[in-house]
Structures are given as structure tokens and as C-alpha cells.
Design a protein around this ligand. Structure first.
Ligand SMILES: O=C(O)C1=C[C@@H](OP(=O)(O)O)[C@@H](O)[C@H](O)C1
Ligand SMILES: C=C(OP(=O)(O)O)C(=O)O
Length: 447
């Protein structure tokens, strides 16, 4: 399906509010965490609701290469993993991690802790610009020998290891929270207790909470005090784990309701979600949307005519994957919107701060670029082809602008495969629910 899309993909504006119900695919972050912890567990874990996308396939393939028994049924969205109990079967491996940050960071720590030999990890050209040196330093303090082969603090990496001894490590976490998450998941396999000290800024805090939640489900004990996380040697217990739908993916549907003045319900994500990106709902509420959160769903009703409130500043540091979604919504606000706290978003699939500003300017918007974010002064949208920089979130968020403005085309639409291969199918079906759907009941859109 993705291969047959026109490139660039023209987006057809809708002439009324979108209404519908949607269930996004499984969370990338939860899928890759559950896979990593299940790999270290004793016994077989059964995961349901798993995401099948480029990023999760990188992780699945890597675990198989490392000698683990992994059974994947993409149609049923299930994976069974028989864990290694603390020592990986493979004593060498060459792992290609594409541009999956979670995979390369989680795997580096997992291998350092449970590997016995020499391993190499690499990715696409952009991955070679994404930092990982702070994770390598922390693993080396615990007894591994991890080197960034080009001396740039980025992949490719060589991991030479006989397992982690344990001890105290400092984890610089200003570039990514994934370093700490990776260490927390790997530390139980060390021979001695591990203390992970986070001395300065910790970005993307909700993802660390998510890691703790997954570890808890697998029976791992962890103590946190004074920015230090302590884990004793232990083996995670294999478990059945149900992955929630992806909250970052849900942000596109919530925003579609906001922009078109419609009403969209996302199923499977409710009050108890463990994903921080659900907080994007409060950005939309501040911009004039009505937000309702139930036990197992969340609904956004956009203001009539999609007239959104501007003149606001949002610190989106904890939820930076939704900053591009916010930028798309900001185009239709009645005043400027400023997003702060996302300097670390410059290290992701692309420099997202620069990409948002560059592409919004093409679409006729006035934008200021700041070190840690941007300000958008809304103006009428001018037709343009949006460059997506191999960043799924550029494609998915900028498509939303095309729902209300003619002439928006999305280059390389297939890049959504990183986390949401069915995105355009859901977009198409949901786009058909406008206007005539009003008062006629919601159309079910599921994936
Ligand atoms: O731990 C995770 O699952 C993630 C953490 C975040 O990265 P940073 O911690 O690098 O901000 C987020 O952007 C990424 O999509 C997923
Ligand atoms: C930043 C992202 O991914 P990762 O860091 O896992 O590559 C993302 O999915 O937006």
C-alpha cells in the first residue's frame, strides 16, 4: 500500500468537521520496551496489541539475531518471546537498527548486560548523527567496553562485554531519556547492584515513568530517591503484556478534530494510560477544544469552525513527539503559538525544530526559530509540497494542515512506516466522515 502512493501525496481538504472513532496501532515505545524486558526474562512472555512497523521489526529481528526464540503474528498483533534469563545465546552479532532510537539504545544496554562477546550496532546515515555516547559512558562505568567507532559519540558502536559488573554510573540525560530507560531495563542482569545517578536535566520524563511501569509488570523491583535509581540483580518474570494503542499516533486524530471543528474518539487510550503523550490533550484544551477522557477512550471536540485560541506558550519538553502536531494546529489559531522545551527534538529523525520552521514558512506562515522551540504566527496557507526529511511525524502532522487548506502535498508519504504503516488508510477513511456525517452518527474507523 505505501509503495503505491503518489509521491508527493496531495491532501484533499474536507469541507466540514471530521467525526469518527479510531484505534491507532500499538505503542512503539511500549512494544519495544516489552520486547527488551521479555528478552531478559525467564520463560515465555506473550505480548498482545503489538505494533508492527519499521521500528518494532528492527527490534524483533535483532532479538532473533541474538539467538532468542521470537514468534511474531502480525495479523493477530501478537509476539511470543522466550527470554534468555540473563545471558544472550549469541556471542557475536551485527545489528542494523535503521533509524530506530529506541531499538539501538535499548539493544546497546541489553547486549552490554546480557551479552558475552563482541557485537556491532549501526543504522542509517541519520542514525550516525544521533547521540549515544552518554549511554556508552554509563555502561562503561558499570564494566562494559562500548565504543563509538567514529569517535563522534554516535553510532556505529562496538560492544565488547562479559556482562556488567554493577556499581554506580552517572547518566547524562539531557539529549535523550532513552539512555536511562535502556539502563533501567538492562541493569537487573548485572552481577552486582546498580545505582544510576542522573545529575542534571532529564528530558522526556514520562518515558522513564513508562519504563518503570513495564519493569514493574515484569516483576522487577527498583528504588528511586534523589535522582538515583537503584536495582539489585534479578531476573524479570515472563508475563502476558497488553500493549496500549500509541498515544503519539493518537495526537494526529485529536488534532484533526481540533482543526476541523469536529469530534474524534480514540479508543484504547483512557484515564489510566501510561503514555505521557496523552498530555497533548491539555494543549488542545487550552486552545479551545473540549476534552473528555473515559476509562478506555478519549474524545476531542474542536471549537466550531476550528477557530482555535492562540496567544499561548506551551512547554512541550515532556511530550516533544507531539510538538509537530501542535505546530499543525497552531496554523489555524487566532494568534501566535510558542512551543518551548524541545531542544532535544533536534536529535530525532531530523532536526524537528528546524524542519517545522522551514516547512511552515513554505506554507506561508511566519515563524521564529528558537534554540529550544518555535513561535508560529498564523497566516493564510499557501500551496506547497512539504519535505518530510524521512521523519514520519513531519508527514503525519503536516497532512493535517491539508485537511483545511488546499494545495498541501506530502513528499515521501511512505516514511510513516516507521511507526504507523496504516496511517494513510486511517486518514482516508476519517476524511470521508466530514459534514454529511454530522448528526448521522459516527463512522467507525479502526486499524
Ligand atoms: O523512550 C521512548 O520510547 C521514547 C522517548 C522519546 O525520546 P527522547 O527521550 O530521546 O526524547 C521519544 O521521542 C521517542 O519517540 C520514544
Ligand atoms: C523520536 C522518535 O523515535 P526514536 O527516537 O525511537 O527513533 C519518534 O518516534 O518520534
Amino acid at each position: 500500500m505505501l509503495d503505491s502512493l503518489p509521491d508527493p501525496l496531495p491532501i484533499t481538504p474536507v469541507d466540514g468537521p471530521l467525526r469518527g472513532v479510531v484505534r491507532p496501532p500499538g505503542s512503539k515505545s511500549l512494544t519495544n520496551r516489552a520486547l527488551a524486558v521479555a528478552a531478559l526474562a525467564e520463560g515465555t512472555s506473550h505480548l498482545t496489541g503489538v505494533l508492527d512497523s519499521d521500528d518494532t521489526r528492527v527490534m524483533l529481528r535483532a532479538l532473533q539475531t541474538l539467538g532468542l526464540a521470537v514468534e511474531h503474528d502480525p495479523d493477530a498483533a501478537t509476539v511470543s518471546v522466550t527470554g534468555c534469563g540473563g545471558v544472550l545465546p549469541a556471542t557475536e552479532a551485527d545489528l542494523f537498527c535503521e533509524n530506530s532510537g529506541t531499538s539501538i539504545r535499548f539493544l546497546t544496554a541489553l547486549i552490554a548486560a546480557a551479552g558475552r562477546g563482541t557485537y556491532r550496532l549501526d543504522g542509517v546515515a541519520r542514525m550516525r548523527e544521533r547521540p549515544i555516547g552518554d549511554l556508552a559512558d554509563a555502561l562503561n562505568a558499570l564494566g562494559a567496553n562500548v565504543t563509538c567507532d567514529l569517535g563522534t559519540g554516535c553510532p556505529p558502536l562496538t560492544v565488547k562485554t562479559g556482562g556488567l559488573n554493577g556499581g554506580v554510573a552517572t547518566v547524562e540525560s539531557g539529549a535523550s531519556s532513552q539512555f536511562l530507560s535502556a539502563l533501567l531495563m538492562a541493569a537487573p542482569a548485572a552481577r552486582e547492584p546498580v545505582a544510576l545517578r542522573v545529575p542534571g536535566e532529564l528530558v522526556s520524563v514520562p518515558y522513564v515513568r513508562m519504563t518503570r511501569g513495564v519493569l514493574e509488570t515484569f516483576g522487577v523491583d527498583l528504588i528511586e530517591a534523589d535522582s538515583t535509581f537503584c536495582l539489585s540483580p534479578q531476573t524479570p518474570a515472563a508475563t502476558d503484556y497488553a500493549v496500549e494503542p500509541d498515544a503519539s499516533a493518537a495526537s494526529y486524530w485529536f488534532a484533526a478534530a481540533a482543526i476541523t471543528g469536529g469530534r474524534i474518539t480514540v479508543e484504547g487510550l483512557g484515564a489510566d494510560s501510561v503514555q505521557g503523550d496523552m498530555d497533548f490533550l491539555w494543549v488542545l484544551e487550552a486552545m479551545g477544544c473540549e476534552v473528555t477522557i473515559e476509562e478506555d477512550s478519549a474524545t476531542v471536540t474542536g471549537p466550531t469552525g476550528g477557530r482555535l485560541k492562540g496567544g499561548q506558550t506551551f512547554d512541550m519538553g515532556p511530550i516533544s513527539d507531539t510538538a509537530q502536531t501542535a505546530a499543525a494546529v497552531a496554523v489555524f489559531a487566532d494568534g501566535p503559538t510558542t512551543v518551548t522545551g524541545i531542544a532535544h527534538a533536534r536529535h530525532k529523525e531530523t532536526d524537528r525544530v528546524a524542519a517545522v520552521v522551514t516547512e511552515l514558512r513554505k506554507l506561508g506562515q511566519t515563524c521564529e526559530e528558537h534554540a529550544d522551540g518555535f513561535t508560529i504566527y498564523p497566516a493564510p496557507v499557501t500551496p506547497a509540497t512539504v519535505h518530510t526529511y524521512d521523519d514520519h511525524r513531519m508527514a503525519m502532522s503536516f497532512a493535517l494542515i491539508g485537511l483545511r487548506a488546499p494545495g498541501v502535498q506530502i513528499a515521501d508519504p511512505g516514511c510513516v512506516a516507521k511507526t504507523y504503516p496504516r496511517f494513510w488508510e486511517d486518514f482516508e477513511r476519517l476524511s470521508r466522515t466530514h459534514a454529511s456525517g454530522l448528526g448521522a452518527g459516527d463512522e467507525e474507523v479502526t486499524s
